[in-house]
Ligand binder design. Structure first.
Ligand code: SAM
Ligand code: SF4
Length: 329
């Protein structure tokens, strides 16, 4: 069993996009009030006094959209300065990245994952629920800036949805031919938008691999921090192509992560709230740090039993009513 040493920290549940699969139009999401978000200081104390002593070494900042958080650069710097931190990364939609990439890099962020579901501006806007001036160009600029600033590896996350962007798989894979970028195709999960999922379902990674194999060939590849992705490479390409296949190949048994929501709830599993601990309330009620460490330690001990077996439980037709933006994807 993998040691649990990886914490995904949601900084905020709000977002400047409304991706169809995550925050569909019309969905009534209840946002966390500002005072209820974990503060910069609370995040630092929790890492330093609770998570690091329990063996956590790798941290990823996510959301909602983490770049909406005004103190995001300072939070990165706090985490990078903890001597035990082995890895700090971020997942973002890149819309605000062009302006912030250099400051984030200076603060110590080195790895970044960017969601990019389409190379076609019109389709992109449709997917992110944008009706105004196209947001594709500014997002693309954010990606380019991150690359120029030196983020490495730079990964692009694509959630593949039948009839929405599955026709772009080869174009997206082709980004890796001449750039040291790492494109990762993610199977659409039953979280966020029930009707889209029921209508469209998901495409097994193997079908995508076959398309790419037929066009260029595919060999095994490698990239830092590949987590649950199976990594391949088009022969001779500069970048790699990863597949995150949580629907077709359950990897719950290898899970090494926990999630801290923007309002301080510690979840042992993306899809399972069993054992969830409200760290923010405990902290604000003045509970001691050793009490919090014991609570989290007890949760770590039972995590293997809690890990949700997506495939074994036949959840393909089931649905989770909280979106990734709320849980901290
Ligand atoms: N806003 C940032 C972004 O989009 O990169 C970070 C948060 S977002 C919730 C994190 C990741 O969750 C994104 O890569 C997104 O594509 C993914 N995601 C959201 N809903 C999903 C779903 N139903 N199935 C698969 N991936 C999903
Ligand atoms: Fe926002 Fe990310 Fe969700 Fe899209 S996937 S709506 S960018 S949180």
């Amino acid at each position: 069993m993998n040691p649990v040493d990886y914490l995904r920290i949601s900084l905020i549940d709000r977002c400047n996009f409304r991706c169809q699969y995550c925050m569909p139009e019309g969905a009534e999401l209840e946002y966390i009030l500002r005072d209820s978000l974990l503060s910069r200081d609370e995040i630092r104390v929790l890492l330093q006094e609770v998570f690091i002593p329990l063996g956590f070494r790798k941290f990823r900042l996510t959301g909602g959209e983490p770049l909406l958080r005004p103190d995001v650069v300072e939070i990165v710097a706090d985490i990078a300065q903890l001597s035990e931190t082995q890895d700090i990364a971020m997942t973002t939609n890149a819309y605000l990245l062009a302006d912030k990439a250099q400051a984030l890099h200076n603060a110590g962020l080195r790895r970044i994952n960017i969601s990019l579901d389409s190379l076609d501006p019109e389709n992109f806007d449709k997917i992110i629920g944008n009706r105004g001036k196209s947001r594709w160009q500014r997002t693309w600029q954010g990606i380019q800036t991150a690359y120029e600033v030196g983020f490495n590896p730079l990964k692009l996350n694509v959630v593949v949805i039948p009839g929405v962007n599955d026709g772009e798989v080869l174009d997206l894979a082709a980004l890796t031919l001449n750039r040291n970028w790492h494109v990762r195709f993610i199977e659409f999960m039953p979280i966020g938008n029930a009707s889209l999922f029921q209508d469209r379902a998901w495409i097994p990674s193997e079908e995508l691999r076959q398309q790419i194999r037929d066009r260029w060939g595919l060999e095994s590849g490698n990239v830092t921090g590949n987590g649950p992705a199976d990594v391949f490479q088009i022969p001779g390409a500069k970048g790699t192509i990863g597949f995150i296949s949580q629907m077709s190949e359950c990897f719950c048994d290898r899970c090494n992560r926990m999630r801290l929501s923007a309002d301080g709830l510690l979840r042992p599993c993306l899809l399972n709230e069993t054992g969830q601990i409200d760290l923010k309330t405990a902290l604000r009620e003045g509970k001691s740090l050793s009490y919090l460490r014991n609570q989290v330690g007890d949760l770590l001990a039972i995590k293997p039993e809690i890990n949700y077996k997506m495939r074994d439980s036949g959840t393909e037709n089931g649905f989770y009513d909280r979106s990734m933006s709320q849980i901290g994807g």
